[in-house]
Design a protein around this ligand. Structure first.
Ligand code: SF4
Ligand code: SF4
Length: 764
């Protein structure tokens, strides 16, 4: 007894000291980040999140098979903590049991059952890893770029924990010192394997089993502390400290030292964006330390899936490696070497041998943790030894698929935009096309550089009057109709605006438009990192909107828009500048009007045999603002039967235009819009028969930028032959056609006289 007690305690103290040293280092490193006090707000919601996401494993369970396996493994960690309590108790007292519940068969049953389920989960994990081996599947594997060797080591260590658990418990049972007489079915059953073994031998076996079980756990503890499995400890904190309700939708204002930057009078030492790893907040640093390398984000990323160098997982891993390499200089008081004095060839040599590098993309991860890693600039080309390559940084469409999927709530989009902010505002380093965008926004208030006086061109030819704001909002004006720059200047989007205006007119909704008073909300400026320009445009708009709604109570300051980017910026970002309005997407308002019977769509007589329809979720309507049902209900109301694409709703694939990518050239890999269009066409083909082109069909959209991107994609596909019968329409256009069928104006006798012939939209 004494020998095993001494051995048990000595190895425990040694392992806890080694792991504790690492825990302290990680704590001090994370604490060195910039303050972010907002992460302590809303304690109740944060506790709820802990229950739902950590104990309930909500996000992991979105992927049913690996999710369930992780669910069992997580709960094994929780429940089997009681076995370790028993094991440490047994070091002191052979007959130890946990007070009150320690002989309860239910606890024994739970312990054995979760251990068996965890064993089965290990098999599932092993199969998943073999089937998705990066060596075979290369970039198509979500584990590509992850540390696969250490991941196998962790699975092996969990296996060791489990077999030693059963070994120790079976020996205890055979020895007659096991706390459970029933319930612990597996341990008691295995105990019979020792039948006939002498008492003395059993005592030795039980002691060996006990020390093995404790020893394995301690080795595991040290491995976890020094590996990516650190997430076991950091993930619950990271999840509770996440941006509520999630890190999508509005971007955060630019903060320095925990305070919003006042652009009119910034502090002298204000930090603009993130120009070095120390500029990230403690939550950012905790994000980097928490990545599990599961690759769920990577598997959904439109940039990665079209051959770009950007993988959200690799961004986080690169930032983590750099942060940890810099730790001795950030918290250890060492002087960082000058970049010129560092021999970067060491890093390049480390990258060449594949490892978890990304060789065939040409944007290999740079391994290593010495001064070479620490001295790298945060953003820079391969020649500059940058941690994040500019092509990585500018490939992001801010679609949010990574944030949506990440099981530990890492906030990729915020980090990417923060790095862009520094590049644009301090370094003046950005793709040249953005220079044109910035100039047009600054001088003309729209990305195309059009004249404000032309903002009402879309009203020409309508046979009803479009009310234009004349300085006073009449009592019967319920909505301000925010047309948006695309609606005002893009011919394709003008059709959406005209259809929506006509539907509002037919439903008797009181609305008005701003006309020349409108200007860009600033979304493309903000997503491309030009926060200064965003602030300028946003403040101007807030001033105009506050004047428009002057005297109106909250709840009556309503805006409707057809653009999800405008929806997001007006409704969720302008409150940061004291602009508070109730903003809805046109599909939400139109859906309400249909439900209220103010619009009565009528299906085509042979609707059930009609051309197939699929719907593309815009990222800023879906993932960023969680509007999924209304556009779908409108498609159904228009009489069409919707067929979903493989990637839809919260897993929808981006069209490629977000994050200001609409205004940048796409020079690397396949085009995102063509990839998405191909998926839509394949879906239509699947419904319509072998030849989608012959069957025709509609790709329904709810965003002007998606409409442009998919129309361009369709044009490209059509140039290769086929698909002539396919059209791309905004949901409002489909609804208007159905409403017109109801009043007999469908053949052009309607108010706008605008019925899109098949394919028309696709060719504008
Ligand atoms: S926001 Fe979209 S494009 Fe950007 S890294 Fe995440 S998944 Fe990739
Ligand atoms: S989904 Fe989250 S945890 Fe998984 S690899 Fe991506 S960033 Fe890391």
């Amino acid at each position: 007894m004494l020998v095993r007690l001494v051995i048990g305690l000595v190895i425990t103290v040694a392992a806890v000291a080694v792991a504790g040293r690492r825990a302290l280092q990680v704590y001090r490193l994370v604490e060195s980040g910039q303050p972010d006090d907002a992460r302590r707000d809303g304690l109740g919601a944060r506790v709820r999140t802990q229950f739902v996401e950590v104990f309930g494993q909500r996000k992991l369970l979105k992927w049913s098979v690996p999710g369930l396996a992780h669910f069992f493994t997580f709960w094994a960690f929780v429940i089997l903590a009681t076995v370790y309590l028993e094991a440490y108790g047994a070091l002191f007292d052979h007959d130890f049991h946990i007070p009150w519940v320690g002989r309860w068969p239910v606890l024994g049953f739970l312990q054995d059952t979760i251990a068996v389920l965890c064993l089965l989960s290990l098999v599932v994990f092993a199969v998943i890893r073999i089937r998705n081996a990066p060596d075979r599947k290369a970039r198509a594997s979500r584990f590509y770029g992850s540390h696969t060797g250490p991941a196998w080591l962790i699975l092996f260590m969990i296996f060791n924990v489990l077999w030693t658990l059963f070994f120790f418990r079976a020996a205890s049972s055979a020895l007659g010192v096991f706390p459970y007489k029933s319930g612990a079915w597996a341990s008691i059953g295995l105990g019979h394997l020792f039948d006939g073994v002498s008492q003395g031998t059993l005592e030795v076996i039980e002691s060996v089993g006990l020390l093995l079980h404790i020893g394995v756990m301690l080795v595991f503890l040290v491995i976890v502390a020094y590996s990516k499995h650190l997430h076991i400890f950091t993930a619950p904190i990271n999840v509770s400290a996440k941006r509520m309700p999630k890190a999508l939708g509005p971007l955060l204002p630019m903060m320095s030292d925990g305070k919003k930057i006042d652009f009119e009078d910034p502090d002298e030492d204000a930090i603009f964006g993130r120009g070095k790893i120390e500029d990230f907040t403690w939550k950012g640093m905790l994000d980097f330390a928490t990545c599990t390398e599961c690759g769920r984000c990577q598997s959904q990323c439109p940039a990665w899936n079209t051959g770009k160098p950007l993988s959200p997982k690799l961004v986080i891993m690169d930032l983590r490696d750099h942060l940890f390499a810099k730790a001795p200089y950030i918290i250890g008081g060492k002087d960082l070497p000058e970049v010129e004095s560092v021999d970067f060839d060491v890093l390049e040599a480390a990258t060449n041998g594949h490892g978890h590098g990304v060789p065939e993309s040409g944007f290999g991860r740079v391994l290593g943790s010495g001064p070479q890693q620490a001295a790298r600039p945060l953003v820079g080309t391969a020649e500059q030894h940058g941690v994040i390559d500019p092509d990585v940084l500018w490939s992001c469409t801010s679609c949010g698929a990574c944030v949506e999927q990440c099981p530990v709530d890492i906030e990729h989009v915020d980090h990417i935009i923060d790095m862009r902010r520094h590049q644009v505002m301090i370094e003046s380093e950005f793709p040249s096309e953005l220079g044109v965008l910035f100039k047009n926004l600054e001088n003309k208030g729209n990305p195309w550089g059009q004249n404000a006086k032309d903002r009402l061109e879309w009203t020409k030819g309508l046979d009803f009057e479009v009310p234009v704001f004349d300085g006073e909002l009449s009592a019967d004006t319920e909505y301000l109709f925010w047309v948006g720059c695309a609606g005002a200047f893009d011919d394709n989007q003008k059709k959406t605006i005209r259809a929506t205006a006509e539907l509002l007119h037919r439903a008797g909704v009181g609305y008005t438009v701003l006309g020349p008073e409108e200007s860009c909300t600033g979304d493309p400026a903000r997503r491309s990192g030009n926060e200064f320009l965003f602030q300028m445009l946003a403040m101007q708009n807030v001033e105009v909107l506050n004047a428009v709604f002057e005297g109106r109570e909250p709840g009556t300051r309503k805006i409707v828009t057809t653009c999800p980017h405008c929806l997001n910026t007006l409704g969720r970002e302008y409150p940061q500048l004291d602009g508070h309005y109730e903003v809805v997407h046109h599909t939400q308002l139109l859906n309400k009007l249909v439900r209220e019977g103010k619009l009565v769509p009528v299906a085509e007589p042979a609707a059930d045999k009609g051309a197939p329809v699929t719907y593309h979720d815009p990222c800023y309507l879906g993932r960023h603002n969680e509007v999924y049902a209304e556009p779908r209900e409108l498609v159904a109301a228009a009489g069409a039967t919707l067929t979903e694409m493989p990637r839809h709703a919260d897993r929808s694939m981006c069209c490629g235009a977000g994050g200001a990518r609409m205004w940048m050239e796409e020079r690397i890999g396949q085009r995102v819009n063509v990839t998405r269009t191909t998926e839509a066409l394949d879906t239509l083909s699947g419904v319509g028969g072998a030849d989608g082109a012959a069957a025709g069909g509609t790709i329904a959209v709810g965003c002007p930028f998606c409409k442009t991107m998919l129309s361009d994609g369709l044009t490209e596909k059509q140039s290769g032959g086929g698909y002539e019968g396919v059209q791309i329409q905004d949901v409002s256009q489909m609804l208007l056609a159905a409403v017109k069928r109801g009043d007999g104006s469908a053949d052009g006798a309607g108010t706008t006289g605008e019925k899109s012939p098949v394919g028309e939209d696709a060719n504008t």
